[in-house]
Write a protein that binds this ligand. Structure first.
Ligand code: ADP
Ligand code: ADP
Length: 226
């Protein structure tokens, strides 16, 4: 199945009795192995879209399938399981445990999946090696540069072998050099691993790394270019 399939997805919020349509009918299809940038002005619906793609939320109407599974039929528990099995998240602000080793940070998602300790350590080490941090396993994020911390966060997002990697302004707190390096890593992991990467950015130079750009405006896809 495609990694992501959306048909006429609407997300309406009610705020003090006033309805806001954050997404007004979005259709798109993203295959495994695609690298997509989502671009748009503030308030255009990017975060809402990312929350839906990340199985943190459900459409008000329309059809959304993640890795072939339609969200509307799922209980909250099933939605959380789909999220854990299928999605990796990378955030602007890293969200690492500052005083826990890089290895344990990366191994943590596997604890919730019931993976044994020895396998957790092996897989976390491999994930850190894949982002060029094989020599930093026992270092703590609080001792690392921003670029290194974001690479730890990428390793943590990938250790569970997700089908979709969602990155929300992943270079927003990094200087140009580190930002470029993080993008190169995402690019390579995407090419190697067949994971679909969807990244939100407002920086055109960062968006240019993606092979496909989806422009969102006023809750609609305005332009989708490859
Ligand atoms: P972006 O990420 O592009 O800035 P958002 O998805 O955050 O856009 O917001 C799209 C629209 O939906 C905005 O008008 C915003 O105010 C509204 N919105 C977002 N989240 C909520 C919410 N939880 N409750 C009410 N309105 C919301
Ligand atoms: P910022 O871009 O300001 O750094 P984050 O990247 O930390 O913000 O978070 C972006 C969005 O993702 C927020 O709306 C937040 O609620 C949500 N979020 C943050 N951490 C998690 C998490 N661990 N799991 C799911 N959603 C999260």
């Amino acid at each position: 199945p495609p990694a992501i399939e959306a048909v006429d997805v609407v997300r309406r919020y009610e705020l003090d009795g006033v309805a806001v349509e954050a997404l007004r009918g979005v259709s798109l299809r993203i295959a495994r192995g695609e690298f997509v940038a989502v671009i748009g002005p503030s308030g255009s619906g990017k975060s809402t879209l990312m929350h839906l793609l990340g199985c943190l939320d459900r459409p008000t109407s329309g059809v959304l399938r993640i890795n072939g599974v339609e969200l509307s039929g799922l209980s909250d528990t099933e939605l959380a399981e789909l999220r854990n099995r299928t999605i990796g998240f990378v955030f602007q602000s890293f969200h690492l445990l500052g005083r826990t080793s890089a290895l344990d940070n990366v191994a943590l998602p596997l604890v919730y999946r019931g993976v044994g300790r020895a396998e957790r350590r092996d897989r976390a080490r491999e994930a850190l090696e894949s982002v060029g941090l094989g020599h930093r396993l026992d270092h703590r994020p609080s001792q690392m540069s921003g670029g290194e911390q974001q690479r730890v966060a990428i390793a943590r997002a990938l250790v569970g072998e997700p089908k979709v990697l969602l990155a929300d302004e992943p270079t927003g707190n990094l200087d140009t050099g580190n930002g470029t390096e993080v993008m190169a890593i995402l690019d390579r992991l995407n090419a190697d691993g067949g994971v679909a990467v969807v990244l939100v950015t407002h920086e055109p130079e960062i968006a240019a790394h993606a092979r496909r750009q989806i422009h969102v405006r006023d809750g609609l896809i305005e332009r989708d270019t490859t």
